[in-house]
Design a protein around this ligand. Structure first.
Ligand code: PAP
Length: 326
C-alpha cells in the first residue's frame, strides 16, 4: 500500500463498528492497513470499505435522475466512467472541445465512487451538492446497494463485467502497484477461486447485476468489456439510449459517436499527462495504476492453462442456467 494512500490508512473506527465487525467471519487482509477482510451479506470487504458500505446503506438516498456506473473491480470501470461522463455532458462539453474535462481530470475524479462519500467521518464527497443528473459509481454488489438504488427510485445503473481471468490479472497488477501488495500470482489465483478478491466472489457480484438486467432492463444495463473493445461505437450507442440521451440523426451524421469513442479510448486517456502523473483525489492512488494494457486476453501471459481451466470451470458452474457467458 502506498504510504500516501490516505483513504486506506488505518483510521479511528467507531466503537459500534468495531463491535459489529468482530461478529463477522474474517480472513487475512491485504496489508498492515487492512489487516482483515470481512464477510458481509455474502461478499468480502477490507474493513475500511466495509465501514463505508454500511454507512452508505444507511444514509444514501437515491434520486430518480441518478446514474451509476457499477462493476466488480478491474472490469472497465475507468473506461465506462469516461464514456458515461462524455455522453451525459456532451451538449455543454462537446467531445472535441479543447478544454473537455476528461483532458484535465482523471475519470475517477469526475465520477467518484459512491462509497467514498461515506468513508468514516471524512465525508470526502458532498454528494447532495452534485448537479443533476448525479453521476456516480459503485463496486457494491447489487444485493447490498442502498435500498432506493435496488428498487423504489428510477435511477439507472450501467454495469460492466469482464472475463474473470483478465479481471484477476488486472487486480493482481493493480494491488501490486497501487497498494504495494506483495503477492504471487499463484496466491492471488487461489484467493480469487475462493471468492476472496476485492468485493468477491466475482461470479456472485456479476450474477447479481446480470439477473437485475434481465428482470429490470429499464433500470440495469449489462455490458461486457470484450464487446466494448470489439464494437465500441455499438456499445456507446447502447449506453446513450439506456440513459435517455440517444444520438440524434445530426449527431450520427457529424460523427459524434466516434468522437466519444476516441476521447475515451485507452490510447487517448492513458496518454494524457493528467492520467500519467499524480494521485487520485479521494483514494490517493497513483492515477497511472488505472491504465495498464487495456487488452482482452492478457491472462494468457500470467495464468497457466490449468489455472485458466479451473476458473473457467468455476464460472461455468456458477453461471449455469443464467444465460450469461464471459
Ligand atoms: P477499477 O475497478 O479499479 O476502477 P477498472 O477501470 O475497472 O479498475 O479496470 C482497470 C482495467 O481497465 C485495466 O485493465 P488491464 O489491467 O487489463 O490493462 C485498464 O488498463 C483498463 N482500462 C482503463 N481505461 C481503459 C480504456 N479507456 N479502455 C480500455 N481499457 C481500459
Amino acid at each position: 500500500m502506498s504510504s500516501s494512500s490516505n483513504f486506506f490508512k488505518s483510521q479511528q473506527r467507531s466503537q459500534d463498528f468495531k463491535e459489529f465487525i468482530s461478529t463477522l467471519p474474517r480472513e487475512k487482509g491485504f496489508s498492515k492497513h487492512s489487516l482483515y477482510r470481512y464477510h458481509y451479506q455474502g461478499f468480502w470487504y477490507v474493513d475500511v470499505l466495509l465501514e463505508a458500505v454500511i454507512s452508505c446503506q444507511e444514509h444514501f438516498q437515491a434520486e430518480d435522475s441518478d446514474v451509476f456506473v457499477a462493476s466488480t473491480p478491474k472490469c472497465g470501470t475507468t473506461w465506462l466512467k469516461a464514456i458515461a461522463f462524455a455522453l451525459l455532458n456532451r451538449r455543454r462539453q462537446p467531445p472535441t472541445s479543447r478544454d473537455h474535462p476528461l483532458l484535465s481530470s482523471n475519470p475517477h475524479d469526475l465520477v467518484p465512487f459512491l462509497e467514498t462519500g461515506f468513508y468514516g467521518s471524512r465525508k470526502a464527497l458532498d454528494i447532495a451538492s452534485f448537479p443533476s443528473p448525479r453521476l456516480l459509481s459503485t463496486h457494491v454488489p447489487h444485493s447490498s446497494l442502498p435500498k432506493l438504488m435496488r428498487s423504489g427510485s428510477k435511477c439507472k445503473i450501467v454495469y460492466v463485467a469482464r472475463d474473470p481471468k483478465d479481471a484477476l490479472v488486472s487486480e493482481w497488477h493493480f494491488l501490486a502497484k497501487a497498494w504495494v501488495l506483495e503477492r504471487t500470482m499463484a496466491e492471488a489465483f487461489e484467493q480469487f477461486c475462493e471468492g476472496l478478491n476485492m468485493y468477491g466472489p466475482f461470479w456472485d457480484h456479476v450474477l447479481g447485476y446480470w439477473k437485475q438486467s434481465l428482470e429490470n432492463p429499464e433500470r440495469v444495463l449489462f455490458l461486457k468489456y470484450e464487446d466494448m473493445k470489439a464494437r465500441p461505437a455499438v456499445e456507446v450507442r447502447r449506453v446513450a439510449e439506456f440513459l435517455g440521451c440517444a444520438f440524434s440523426a445530426e449527431e450520427e451524421e457529424a460523427g459524434e459517436v466516434d468522437r466519444i469513442v476516441e476521447l475515451c479510448s485507452f490510447e487517448a486517456l492513458s496518454g494524457l499527462e493528467v492520467n500519467k502523473k499524480g494521485k487520485q483525489e479521494v483514494t490517493g492512488i497513483d492515477k497511472s495504476a488505472f491504465f495498464r494494457r487495456g487488452e482482452v486476453g492478457d491472462w494468457k501471459n500470467h495464468l497457466s492453462p490449468e489455472m485458466a481451466k479451473k476458473i473457467d470451470r468455476i464460472v461455468e458452474e456458477k453461471f449455469s442456467g443464467s444465460g450469461l457467458f464471459l
